[in-house]
Design a protein around this ligand. Structure first.
Ligand code: SAM
Ligand code: SF4
Length: 316
């Protein structure tokens, strides 16, 4: 079975937001005061999340990423991981996390079947880290990365959202990390969604300048939506993800589901399809319907994101 949209793109990848809550308050993602905790009955239960993954898998999805908010604060996250691997061990299961809870959870996540971790780290400077996350500690995330390695996770990806005047002076420090560590540092262009929309123009930094430098020093390969470079004699690699400067919509293979059960055919469209209360064939029909509604491309270049949510509700 395969899920194909009206433009011939095959959908294999489900990003599932398991909570909109977080223990950080990143300036590009969350309101400073945080968000009100939803009633338990307003977010998908572990059983409902499992059912959605099962239906998507039966329709052809083979890659699942748990995100949020911060997915590791979601109660039952380990059960969900085990459930997903029980649906099929062939599902590639990843988690995107701020890393702060990995020191106590990395081993359990590995044992529960998680294959891959993407850890967000925008700077190696303590003060800039505090400015960006508002309440986070750099050592928390660094300890998390080490705990993930100790637990046996390979091919760890580090997500770095680049912002003008905030962390663009940190590029060389982040590049240096790839010398002795086998990480892929993924520089991501800031997207004009939710929280950051009002001051987006001052903060946006294109990755084109960095790419020019990398092109002179390394060969490029492609890994999903990232253009990847390895500097000579570096163990790790550098990935560039440029949703603004180089839109990758033509190759999009993703659907997203929010923690309150809405399927989003595109990160940046307003359209949402409610999956709550649906089971079996009706759930599958709704997912197929969502895939049919995938737009050809986002309109970020002309109009900004149409999504009416902050990133913590969608999961990136
Ligand atoms: N809490 C987890 C974390 O920070 O990794 C998972 C959720 S977070 C919403 C997922 C990813 O989205 C993070 O790597 C974050 O940096 C990125 N992100 C959030 N807001 C963004 C924005 N406005 N533009 C680009 N990336 C953004
Ligand atoms: Fe939390 Fe991740 Fe959003 Fe930062 S980017 S506030 S860590 S959900």
């Amino acid at each position: 079975m395969s899920l194909t949209d009206t433009f011939g793109r095959t959908i294999k990848y489900l990003r599932l937001s398991v909570t909109d809550l977080c223990n950080y308050r990143c300036i590009y993602c969350m309101p400073e005061k945080g968000v009100c905790k939803k009633e338990h009955c307003d977010i998908l239960s572990i059983e409902e999340l499992t059912e959605i993954v099962e239906a998507a898998y039966e329709l052809g999805v083979t890659k699942v990423r748990l995100t949020g908010g911060e997915p590791l604060i979601r109660r039952g996250i380990l059960t969900l991981c085990r459930n997903i691997k029980e649906i099929s061990p062939e599902i590639e299961l990843g988690i995107t996390t701020n890393g702060s809870l990995l020191p106590k959870m990395a081993r359990q996540l590995k044992d529960a079947g998680v294959d891959r971790l993407n850890i967000s780290l925008d700077t190696l400077d303590e003060e800039a880290f505090r400015t960006i996350t508002r309440i986070g500690k750099l050592s928390g995330t660094l300890d998390g990365i080490h705990a993930a390695e100790e637990a046996g996770f390979k091919n760890i990806k580090i997500n770095t959202v680049l912002m003008n005047g905030v962390n663009d002076g940190e590029i060389s420090n982040m590049l240096r990390l790839t010398k002795d560590h086998p990480y892929q540092i993924r520089f991501i262009e800031l997207m004009p969604i939710g929280e950051v929309k009002s001051h987006y123009c001052e903060c946006f930094k294109s990755l084109d300048g960095l790419e020019e430098y990398l092109r002179e020093h390394a060969q490029m390969t492609v890994d999903g939506v990232a253009r990847v470079y390895r500097l000579p004699e570096h163990q790790g690699t550098i990935g560039l993800i440029s949703p603004i400067s180089h839109s990758f919509c033509s190759g999009c293979d993703k659907i997203r589901v929010t923690a309150d059960g809405k399927l989003k055919p595109c990160l940046h469209s307003e359209e949402e399809i409610d999956l709550r209360g649906l089971h079996g064939e009706m759930l599958k029909t709704a997912i197929i319907d969502g895939v049919r509604h995938k737009p050809l491309k986002h309109n970020l270049d002309t109009e900004g994101s149409d999504a009416k949510r902050n990133m913590n509700e969608i999961g990136g």
